[in-house]
Design a protein around this ligand. Structure first.
Ligand SMILES: Cc1cc2nc3c(=O)[nH]c(=O)nc-3n(C[C@H](O)[C@H](O)[C@H](O)COP(=O)(O)OP(=O)(O)OC[C@H]3O[C@@H](n4cnc5c(N)ncnc54)[C@H](O)[C@@H]3O)c2cc1C
Length: 363
């Protein structure tokens, strides 16, 4: 999408290979943004205020200068494919990619039905599960969501709930978020950061219990269901191999400590497109200074994985003691050292310093 907007790249020809047509609402993306973004037209809902709940603490946060936004998968796919099919720059093939192979000055993409050559391949396929080193973490962020419709007005559609930790923590870090679409419709999502998945009935019974006991809603129907798994890992996903550039989760664009990916993908693609337009190659390097965010992620994963501090306590302290502006900037890898110093001081010193030390010398 971003390449189509760049005049300097109007002569580039692109072949998009996708295994299946994207015609189902298989996910919703939530993220925060200060300004209007590239996909503003299809933002389904946006909220300027959001709740954070812990057992003895509830706070309605003003999100200014940010908005928390939601884009439905199906709207995103329709929007992108409409523009792609109207462009003479891009051809689409529905086929399964089997292998990518670097040639001297090209990349060969082998699919079930054919083979294609290009100057570069931009790949978002994870061909195999990461092979971890013994001391690497691989936790799962897994969630089940229901879009529910209630018989009577039950939600304030101006206020989302980002995290509600007033649910059992026996399995590990567990919270619910609630994204109201109207006074009678909302997405309610039960989310865990753990090492393994639950039985399907457990997600369902937890959602039912939360809706009835925490939201006090007994008369409702489930309109849609969503299930997802996002890796939370310090595995070093490849960024680039020769002329193959890795995108999305397969390129390590999922933030290990939060699972947020959508905005990181947009920022990465913008950097790639700018680089391509300015120097005719898409090879970008990340700043050494920016690598500190990777260390912060590893430290948080370390603390969560080894259960040094409960996730519910970490997020409680972060939300209670930090302004949203500082917290969101930190989670976006866009904070200043000063903001990070303040924010990290709001967390329990000893376990975080110990984890920080260990992670510093791990590799
Ligand atoms: C249900 C769900 C909800 C999520 N919600 C959020 C959210 O709210 N906020 C957020 O920031 N992140 C969220 N994420 C995480 C992340 O943003 C998404 O997973 C995002 O779609 C990742 O983009 P991607 O391009 O890496 O992978 P994908 O979107 O999965 O794209 C990869 C594409 O490659 C295709 N493909 C795979 N294998 C082959 C093959 N062999 N040949 C050809 N094509 C192939 C797939 O069909 C797919 O279209 C969510 C993830 C899930 C699963």
């Amino acid at each position: 999408m971003q390449i189509l907007r760049k005049d300097a790249l109007k002569k580039k020809r692109i072949l998009l290979i996708e295994q299946h047509p994207k015609n189902t609402n298989d996910r919703t993306w939530c993220f925060w943004e200060k300004k209007n973004g590239l996909f503003e037209e299809i933002v389904y809902r946006r909220w300027g205020k959001a709740w954070f709940h812990a057992v003895d603490y509830s706070s309605l946060k003003e999100l200014k200068p940010y908005h928390y936004k939601m884009i439905r998968g199906i709207d995103f796919y329709n929007y992108c494919f409409e523009r792609i099919s109207g462009s003479s720059q891009i051809d689409i093939i529905y086929d399964k990619v089997i292998r990518l192979q670097q040639r001297e000055n090209e990349v060969e993409v082998a699919t079930e039905k054919g083979s294609y050559l290009g100057d570069y391949a931009f790949n978002s396929i994870e061909f195999q599960k990461p092979v971890l080193k013994p001391d690497q973490f691989y936790m799962l962020q897994h969630f089940k969501g229901w879009i529910i419709e209630t018989a009577t007005p039950s939600f304030n559609d101006q206020e989302a709930t980002l995290m509600d930790f007033r649910v059992g923590q026996a399995e590990g870090t567990t919270f619910v978020y609630v994204m109201p679409f109207s006074s009678t419709q909302a997405l309610v999502e039960y989310t865990l950061f753990t090492n393994s998945l639950l039985n399907d009935e457990l997600y369902e019974s937890a959602l039912k219990e939360y809706i009835e006991e925490q939201l006090n809603i007994s008369n409702y129907v489930v309109l849609e269901r969503e299930f997802g798994i996002i890796p939370m890992t310090d595995y070093a996903y490849p960024k680039q191999e020769g002329r193959i550039i890795y995108l999305g989760t397969a390129g390590g664009k999922t933030k290990p400590s939060s699972g947020y990916t959508f905005n990181f993908i947009q920022k990465h693609v913008e950097a790639l497109v700018n680089q391509l337009a300015n120097s005719d190659n898409p090879f970008i390097t990340s700043s050494v200074f920016g690598k500190r965010f990777n260390w912060y992620d590893r430290v948080l994963l370390h603390v969560l994985f080894h259960k040094k501090v409960k996730g519910s306590r970490i997020f409680y302290l972060l939300f209670k003691n930090n302004k949203i502006k500082r917290l969101f900037a930190f989670l976006d890898n866009e904070s200043t050292i000063f903001q990070e110093f303040y924010l990290l001081n709001t967390l329990p010193q000893f376990p975080f310093m110990k984890a920080g030390w260990k992670e510093l010398f791990k590799r």
